[in-house]
Design a protein around this ligand. Structure first.
Ligand code: KIV
Length: 284
């Protein structure tokens, strides 16, 4: 895989050429390194970090400073993928100036190439202000976890015509504001198809069916590292929870039984140096 840094134009070209775009979340150096090496085009430093890494119950508590800390680690592992920093709750909701300043921190301090924020029609002016400041923005509509409880919780969106229409309007508003890509989360495939017919920017789905230009999954779901709940749209490609638990239990047992460390894990003195040492000890 060639290690030339991807740009937003490359993402547009993939859509034009009908090549599927892949995206995954990452929150630290080792997983960013692997996602980049695997050829994933977009690495999202998602605010899901709040739950899958920091152990909070929702995405609400994570702060700007915590997000920047994780973005910096991801940046150090990435050569090719586009890095997108997810704007945490209340980092873009207070006012346009505040939103631009915080988006700027993702670029200047976090080393990101773009930011993502949740919301459609209501975020139209904020998105436009950030884009006008020279920062690429990724939109996010459908189920938006930061405000999920304000609406109908973590249920799929777009089952009823009125709500479906609202999601379509949200996607259109984001396109008008200048986003370069839209994440569609937990919506019916019928609504995805209608959005795909209406908007030109690439669509990345997470629980939005196959008619998107690409897919995104939360890394810890994909790897089986987070099992507090597993949404229907998740496909597990590994079960690292089981693997890691097995490894840790075996390590504990081997230490307790004296199996680890074995001779191959130990350092030794040269024989002559050891003899010198024995002589010196005798003379004392
Ligand atoms: O924070 C995140 O991981 C996300 C994905 C669910 C797209 O926003």
């Amino acid at each position: 895989m060639e290690k030339v840094k991807l740009t937003i134009s490359d993402i547009f070209r993939m859509k034009e050429e009908k090549r599927k775009i892949t995206a995954v979340t990452a929150y630290d150096y080792p997983t960013a390194l692997l996602a980049d090496k695997a050829g994933i085009e977009i690495i999202l430093v998602g605010d899901t970090c709040s739950m899958v890494v920091l152990g909070y119950d929702s995405t609400i508590p994570i702060t700007m400073d915590e997000m920047i800390h994780h973005c910096k680690a991801v940046k150090r592992g990435v050569k090719r993928s586009l890095i997108v920093g997810d704007m945490p709750f209340m980092s873009f909701n207070v006012g346009k100036e505040d939103a631009i300043r915080n988006a700027g921190r993702f670029i200047k301090e976090g080393g990101c190439d773009a930011v993502k924020l949740e919301g459609g029609v209501v975020m139209r002016d904020t998105v436009k202000a950030i884009v006008d400041a020279g920062i690429p923005v990724m939109g996010h509509v459908g189920l938006t976890p930061q405000t999920a409880t304000f609406f109908s919780g973590y249920k799929v969106r777009g089952k009823e015509a009125v709500e479906a229409m609202r999601i379509i309007r949200d996607a259109e508003a984001l396109e008008d504001s200048g986003v370069f890509l839209i994440v569609l989360e937990s919506i019916t495939t019928e609504v995805t198809r209608m959005i795909a017919d209406k908007v030109k920017v690439p669509l990345i789905g997470i629980g939005a069916g196959p008619d998107c230009d690409g897919q995104v999954l939360v890394l810890h779901d994909l790897l089986g590292l987070f099992d507090r709940f597993v949404p229907r749209f998740v496909k597990r490609y590994a079960n690292l929870n089981e693997e890691i638990l097995k490894a840790l239990e075996t390590y504990r047992e081997e230490v307790q039984k004296g199996i680890f460390p074995a001779d191959q894990h130990c350092y030794h003195m040269d024989k002559s140096e050891f003899e010198k040492l024995q002589e010196s000890i005798k003379k004392k």
